[in-house]
Design a protein around this ligand. Structure first.
Ligand SMILES: [Zn+2]
Length: 409
């Protein structure tokens, strides 16, 4: 009925936590840079089940992006390049070097000309407890993941520099990059708590409710605002490659800290595999398009596969497994290398340019725990009856050698 039209407003666009309405015009520099065929060939990495197409109208010369599945609210239109020649990306476009940089042939400086950004995971220091990324076994020393990531990155930094790369960091240990604090996120925390924990919130007494609210405020601070702030750092630095470095754990905060025998698994993430539910959000669609147009997938795969080959050679731990390859799995296997999975993480979506995300050994693996608390040292030490090198240097060398292998001509 016609009069109803007066009252029909487009449904309010869905956005992720702290996400702002994306400015699609920032992608206009990519107009005419990809052919229709190139575009379609890139989509499966990001939307393996094709859910993205629910929001697209793909023509011969353009693709229209819509907010809704009814395709009523158009967000942006990308004009394709002609079938033969794609136009060069104009200068000033929101992009970074997508492919191989001008790495030198010289054997001693195989990474000369390459600019690499290191992003050691988590904040650490006084924030480690809030981040739920530290633990201790009995009266043993505290194991703080941010510190392990930081120590490992110091050796990665040195190894990459020795190979000729210029190296930058997103952060220092124990210092949040974001100027915001948990108290700034009361409003967003109420919304998130209501959406994700309605039942628990409803049955909590006031003190419990405020505690739950505080937990959500903190979560938004360290998991969202902090990564957004680091993304701005990466945007400024404009690196050829960003490496996010983490250690993993088997039993994080579920059953309290304890050690497990032989549980190490390794996973290396490249960007992709947006879930259909994630693509309902307009900021996710924008992130996907930006990543697809930056054309990072080949670089990310080359680096991740090369690091994976080093993992297989040095550690030979099993690969992490995700779901069953179904469209609801949060990650999809990305190529032949079993360690490499594509996943839509906040960091690898928001950081511009190629991003490779390594989840290292498990801190609560019995042997790995011994190696971690042994600290950093020269040469070898005897641990549980066997000689081992410093775990920090060993992990760093795996990453550095992988990056060198990926860029060596
Ligand atoms: Zn981590």
């Amino acid at each position: 009925m016609a009069f109803l039209a007066l009252f029909v407003f487009p449904a309010q666009a869905k956005l992720g936590v702290l996400a702002e309405q994306p400015d699609w015009l920032l992608l206009d520099g990519y107009q005419g840079t990809v052919t229709a065929e190139e575009f379609k060939s890139r989509v499966p990495r990001y939307s393996s089940d094709g859910a993205l197409y629910q929001y697209l109208v793909v023509g011969d010369d353009r693709v229209e992006v819509y907010s809704d599945k009814q395709k009523q609210v158009r967000l942006w239109t990308l004009q394709f390049a002609g079938p033969k020649a794609s136009a060069p990306v104009p200068s000033g476009t929101l992009t970074v070097n997508p492919g191989a940089p001008a790495a030198s042939d010289a054997n001693d400086k195989p990474l000369a000309g390459l600019r690499i950004c290191l992003d050691p995971g988590h904040i650490g220091g006084d924030w480690a407890d809030m981040e739920e990324r530290h633990f201790r076994i009995g009266k043993g020393p505290w194991v703080d993941e941010a510190t392990l990531n930081f120590e490992t990155c110091k050796w990665i930094d040195q190894g990459l520099k020795d190979a000729g790369a210029e190296v930058f960091w997103t952060k220092q240990l124990g210092v949040p990059v974001t100027a915001k604090r948990p108290a700034d996120f009361v409003r967003q925390a109420i919304t998130l708590m209501w959406r994700q924990d309605e039942k628990k919130a409803a049955r909590s007494p006031e003190a419990g409710l405020l505690k739950l609210l505080q937990w959500y405020q903190e979560l938004i601070f360290y998991r969202v605002a902090e990564i957004q702030a680091r993304a701005e750092v990466v945007q400024e630095l404009h690196p050829d490659l960003t490496l996010c470095v983490h250690y993993n754990a088997f039993g994080w905060s579920k059953r309290g800290p304890r050690l497990y025998k032989g549980v190490n698994r390794i996973v290396i993430f490249v960007h992709g595999s947006y879930l259909a539910s994630e693509l309902e959000n307009d900021d996710m669609k924008y992130g996907l398009f930006r990543k697809l147009l930056e054309n990072n997938a080949a670089t990310e795969s080359r680096v991740a596969d090369a690091i994976g080959r080093q993992v297989a050679k040095v550690w030979d731990f099993p690969a992490e497994q995700y779901g069953d390859g179904s469209p609801t799995a949060s990650a999809a296997s990305a190529g032949e290398m079993p360690y490499v999975w594509s996943r839509n993480l906040l960091a690898n979506r928001l950081y511009p340019g190629p991003v490779v995300f390594t989840e290292g050994p498990f801190m609560d693996d019995r042997l790995m725990y011994q190696r971690i608390i042994a600290g950093d040292y020269d040469g070898e030490q005897s641990i549980a009856g066997k000689k081992y090198r410093s775990i920090y240097r060993e992990y760093a060398e795996i990453v550095v050698q992988g990056v060198i292998d990926a860029y060596r001509k």
